[in-house]
Design a protein around this ligand. Structure first.
Ligand code: UD1
Length: 423
């Protein structure tokens, strides 16, 4: 198993260019199944999750040409589309559920065996299923009890749907299904993330009629057919946020290119509260952590435009070394503090109580053997490794490979002492 060795590094300096967004490209790739014509997706990041989505589309009968050296994927889903998603791919990536609506529309049935039985099979997709039911799909309840989504529909029709929580995945699945349903769908309390806007703009280019993406109410007028298009994926806001923290935590100054600051308003505001200077220029965003000491702040994760849950662990890395105590409240996911135990191995001394983590700050961290407990937590322990005395050994880095393109090369380009070693 590969590992990262991270040594205490000096301040980050230089430039870094942000890749295409993982969370935007995955639903867009799923949406290519909605047409039998060719779609070309550009600025696709070379990531493990993208590989898994390519394999999933192929296993469903689509023709996929992957050229990730040039960040391009071409999909042509002509002919018959298979209704069953293979379990070995679905278990590798939760985002596989995004093909649900497209399978229903193309083959009249969608069969997806979710990993983990009821615990994962029922709760985290109930909003997706509620939406599809409102659009006319039949969901087999007995299969669902066993963790299998078995949905059938001869045709889908428009409906008014209210989401109890603005789930990103449910919003994406419902938009895709409603795009080809008969009549008009109104989705209330929809997720407002930039990735939803990118998906809607991809679908609208294909001929869909979607209005209001990026707000809480999305209106979709169903159309009969969608056609092939070419599309550039938006930059990855979480990757950009992670690099912003790399400059802040090391007291460095970097230029971040291909970053859309409008997508990171909450993160930028919080970094400024901590004393980081941020300038938006024509060339990119300059992040300067060298001018002021980092002071503590509190954060609370929320659906967009609130502070992103995916930035919670990278930001907590910064708060471990800030002057003074901070409180981090996680409201989006119930159990997203696994990285706390890893930070504590390095001397962070963080305590959790329910949804809150209390971070004393002012810590001199020491290198330790830590694990990337999930994708973002993996990036977070690498960030702490940059300022910890000695060497930090990060295991389970396959999580990081899922979502950060050329992470080691990009960090090394800024002066980080990090290397990948095979065990
Ligand atoms: C997406 C992102 C992920 C990000 C998350 C929240 C992708 C591929 N992944 O995940 O990086 O962390 O948004 O910004 O885009 N929930 C339910 N029932 C449902 C659906 C969701 O209870 O039917 C809960 C989830 O368990 C979780 C919360 O809602 O606690 C947010 O989930 P959701 O917005 O659906 O996230 P994903 O689309 O899975």
């Amino acid at each position: 198993m590969a590992k990262f060795l991270v040594k205490k590094s000096g301040p980050m300096r230089g430039e870094v260019t942000i890749s295409g967004s993982k969370n935007a490209v995955l639903p867009i790739m799923a949406a290519t199944l909605l047409t039998d014509e060719e779609c070309v997706i550009k600025d696709v990041p070379a990531l493990r999750d993208v590989d898994v989505m390519c394999s999933l589309l192929e296993s469903l009968g689509a023709g996929v040409r992957k050229n990730l050296d040039e960040n391009r994927v071409t999909v042509k889903a002509e002919g018959e589309i298979i209704s069953e998603a293979p379990f070995d791919l679905v278990k590798m990536m939760r985002a596989s559920i995004l093909v649900l609506g497209a399978l229903l529309l193309r083959s009249g049935r969608a069969l997806i065996h979710l990993p983990g039985g009821c615990a994962i099979g029922e709760r985290p997709v109930e909003l997706h299923l509620k939406g599809l039911k409102a659009l006319g799909a039949e969901i087999d309840e007995q299969s669902l009890q066993k963790g299998i989504v078995d949905a059938k529909a001869d045709r889908l029709h428009g409906a008014t749907i209210y989401l109890d929580f603005p789930s990103v995945g449910a919003t994406e699945v419902i938009i895709m299904a409603a795009a080809l349903a008969e009549g008009t769908t109104v989705l209330e309390n929809a997720a407002q993330e930039p990735e939803i806007v990118d998906l809607a703009s991809f679908l609208n280019k294909m001929g869909a009629k979607i209005k209001g993406a990026g707000t809480g109410t999305i209106k979709i007028e169903g159309v009969e057919k969608l056609h092939g298009v070419s599309h550039h994926v938006i930059p990855d806001r979480i990757e950009a946020g992670t690099f912003m923290v790399s400059a802040a935590i090391t007291g460095g100054k970097i230029l971040i290119k291909n970053m859309l600051p409008d997508h990171l308003k909450a993160v930028i505001a919080k970094l400024r509260e901590c004393g980081v200077e941020i300038d938006v220029t024509d060339r990119g965003v300059i992040v300067d952590g060298s001018r002021n000491p980092i002071v503590s702040t509190d954060i609370k994760t929320l659906p967009y435009p609130g502070f992103p849950t995916d930035m919670q662990s990278p930001f907590m890395a910064l708060l471990t070394v800030a002057k003074g105590p901070s409180v981090v409240m996680e409201t989006v996911f119930e159990n997203r503090f696994m990285h706390v135990a890893e930070f504590n191995k390095m001397g962070a001394n963080i305590r959790t109580e329910g949804k809150c983590a209390i971070i004393p700050g002012n810590r001199e961290l020491k290198g330790a053997q830590v694990a990337a407990t999930d994708l973002r937590a993996g990036a977070a322990v690498v960030l702490t490794g940059l300022v910890a005395e000695g060497t930090t050994e990060v295991s389970q880095i396959y999580h990081i490979d899922r979502g950060y393109e050329h992470f080691v090369d990009k960090l090394r380009g800024l002066g980080a002492l990090i290397e990948r070693v095979e065990d």
